[in-house]
Design a protein around this ligand. Structure first.
Ligand SMILES: [Fe+2]
Ligand SMILES: [Fe+2]
Length: 389
């Protein structure tokens, strides 16, 4: 968990940077300006993403000319019969009179009404046969989406679809190719996969909790979720004898193991260059997670020995999620800790100046969500009993 600031390979690291490619929200914002020039009645555009694993829709990006869009919100697609029907039929929906046609009590319906929107145009977004999410265009004018307007909007709907699908496809091919590399190098076992599933979701819970205070966008929260599982990608370059050694490592072996951070950064840079992904929103988040997930607030981490705010927030989040899951997982050399014990150790690491207090508080303060994730992705030997026939 810690190591000398002068860990091997540190000199090969590029400096961490705040440089970020244009976000999806910025790109959607510029599309919105173009759309408003053609159809001024469009006051808000928002995209929500579908998580096929949990069946939920999650707010993702938005662009608004007025009012506060709904953010940090998710709900099960199945809970909305009308939206589920749009997916099934692959058809768009026009609401001309929202107060009359969207009377439901769901938070998103109430929000749309309270924001004063009177009409809307909703399009399910597909990439081939795969449902990706919804595009919502809302207007404060009633019946703003006549047949002629919708025809004019069609080209923009396609642009948003391409923007979203291109971005998601690029991210997924990056994540996928890194996972393939990992699977080649590591013995693929259920536990390692489950560790990544769980820690990514813990990281998401923490990021969601911190979002209001740090003004984090839904897009950033999603990037943390998507990229968290790639934190240890550099382990593909660590010899098996060290990676899979059942006993504790010698000092020399620990030094070699610590190089996985530098190896990971190099691998990510190669992939970015190879797949030309430098433009991708969130690529800075990925770089920072891989480069700084073993840094500790008091400067005792590696490879740079960064301290305090010099460690990017996304890395501080991932560090807490990663350590927590390691503690609660059974290993050959240790049993799984219970949640209370693991929380207590993380809190001691906060008092000792190692971990970010807000990140640990976010985890501890969301215990029901954390336990739900553990139940959904149980570790080795903890599979839920099979359902009776
Ligand atoms: Fe690591
Ligand atoms: Fe990990």
């Amino acid at each position: 968990m810690s190591g000398p600031p002068d860990s091997p390979g540190a000199a090969r690291l590029l400096p961490l940077t705040d440089e970020r490619a244009a976000t999806m929200s910025e790109r959607l914002g510029s599309l919105h300006r173009q759309i408003a020039a053609v159809v001024p009645a469009v006051d808000q555009i928002a995209c929500v993403l579908h998580d096929p694993d949990t069946g939920t829709l999650k707010t993702f990006v938005d662009s608004s000319h007025a009012g506060a869009p709904l953010r940090r919100y998710e709900f099960p697609l199945a809970a909305s019969r009308s939206l589920s029907e749009l997916v099934r039929l692959r058809s768009a929906r026009i609401l001309d009179d929202i107060p009359a046609e969207l009377p439901g009590q769901a938070i998103h319906s109430a929000h749309i009404r309270a924001a004063g929107f009177r009409s809307s145009y909703t399009v399910p977004l597909f990439d081939g046969d795969s449902f990706q999410g919804f595009l919502f265009m809302d207007s404060r004018e009633p019946a703003a989406f006549s047949g002629a307007v919708v025809e004019r909007l069609e080209v923009y709907v396609n642009l948003v679809r391409m923007l979203l699908c291109h971005e998601l496809t690029a991210v997924r091919s990056l994540v996928g190719s890194i996972r393939v590399a990992r699977d080649f190098a590591l013995v693929r076992d259920v536990e390692a996969t489950r560790h990544l599933d769980r820690m990514a979701r813990y990281a998401r819970v923490i990021a969601m909790h911190l979002a209001p205070r740090h003004e984090l966008s839904d897009e950033f929260v999603e990037q943390v979720f998507l990229f968290a599982p790639l934190h240890d990608i550099g382990k593909v370059g660590i010899p098996d004898a060290i990676l899979h050694k059942p006993d504790s490592l010698t000092a020399d072996e620990r030094r070699i193991m610590a190089t996985h951070v530098v190896l990971g950064v190099e691998l990510v840079e190669q992939l970015i260059e190879h797949f030309r992904l430098g433009h991708l929103a969130g690529i800075g988040t990925l770089r920072n997670i891989v480069a700084a997930h073993h840094e500790l607030l008091d400067g005792s981490g590696y490879p740079r020995g960064l301290s305090g705010d010099a460690i990017p927030l996304e890395a501080r989040i991932v560090t807490v999620a990663d350590i927590f899951d390691a503690l609660c997982s059974r290993r050959d050399y240790k049993s799984a800790w219970d949640v209370g014990e693991a929380f207590a150790l993380l809190q001691r690491m906060v008092s000792g100046g190692k971990l970010d207090r807000q990140c640990v508080d976010a985890l501890v303060g969301n215990e029901p969500a954390i336990r739900a994730i553990m139940d959904r992705y149980p570790g080795r030997g903890e599979e839920p009993p099979a359902a009776p026939p």
